[in-house]
Design a protein around this ligand. Structure first.
Ligand code: FES
Length: 239
């Protein structure tokens, strides 16, 4: 069994697994990043991936499966080169997220059949999913590609974006890190940046998100004293 797993998860992955384990007092705490590591190799959490995590962390495969099947970021089927997540939660849906999702389903489908949730286009380029609130409601409708944000979308801009992805382009997200692919993004989620350390320094906040801060700075407002006597930081006055 171990030999079979060695074929799938080579020495580099095993070294990274040991580095992850070393970050925690108890090895089992490394399970979440370990599942991302597995996805960076295979593009999903396969049965081999579950066995690999169990073996590395001295857990049972049932324990690993229980975690892998609980969180939607762990995929049970191979992902395409890119994962496109369209927010269809209430606010984005009302602003056009449902229309975006419907359009992409049609355009990514084949033989007259629309693509379904977590299905991959025939060319293997894009896996489509509808997602719950992506925590960017002030910028809706939003979608993510490999978890990077594309804000204020509509069916035409989303269609154009996906066409570019299928043509091999990597359009710049509205904010955040430059686009990679799903497997590379999973490696980063596992905590390995491999020469892309500056990705985490990409601008993550939109000006709409910071509007309240800006107003407070302009007016010299600060939050009241906390009950434990700790003063909140006073925002710097804008020049
Ligand atoms: S509802 Fe879409 S980001 Fe919150």
């Amino acid at each position: 069994m171990t030999e079979m797993l060695n074929d799938v998860f080579g020495q580099d992955t095993r070294t990274k697994a040991q580095q992850l384990i070393a970050r925690y007092p108890q090895s089992r705490s490394a399970l979440l990043p370990m599942l991302h590591l597995v996805q960076s190799v295979e593009g999903f959490v396969s049965q081999d991936g579950i066995r690999f995590c169990a073996e590395q962390l001295e857990l049972t495969t049932a324990e690993v499966s229980a975690v892998a099947t609980f969180y939607t970021m762990y995929k049970r089927k191979p992902c395409g080169e890119h994962l496109v997540s369209v927010c269809t939660n209430t606010l984005c849906a009302a602003l056009g997220g449902d229309a975006i999702y419907a359009r992409l389903k049609e355009e990514l489908g084949s033989d007259g059949k629309p693509l379904g949730h977590e299905q991959t286009s025939e060319d293997g380029k894009v896996t489509l999913e509808h997602a719950e609130c992506l925590a960017a409601c002030d910028l809706g409708p939003v979608l993510q590609v490999n978890y990077e944000y594309f804000d204020n979308q509509d069916p035409d801009t989303a269609s154009d974006l996906v066409a570019k992805l299928r043509a091999g382009e990597r359009p710049a997200p509205t904010r955040g890190a430059p686009l990679t692919d799903f497997k590379q993004a999973e490696l980063q989620l596992a905590g390995f940046f491999e020469g892309r350390d500056l990705d985490v320094a990409g601008p993550s906040a939109a000006k709409e998100t910071l509007r309240g801060n800006t107003v407070a700075q302009d007016r010299g407002w600060s939050a009241p004293v906390m009950p434990d006597g700790v003063l909140p930081p006073v925002p710097e006055k804008k020049k």
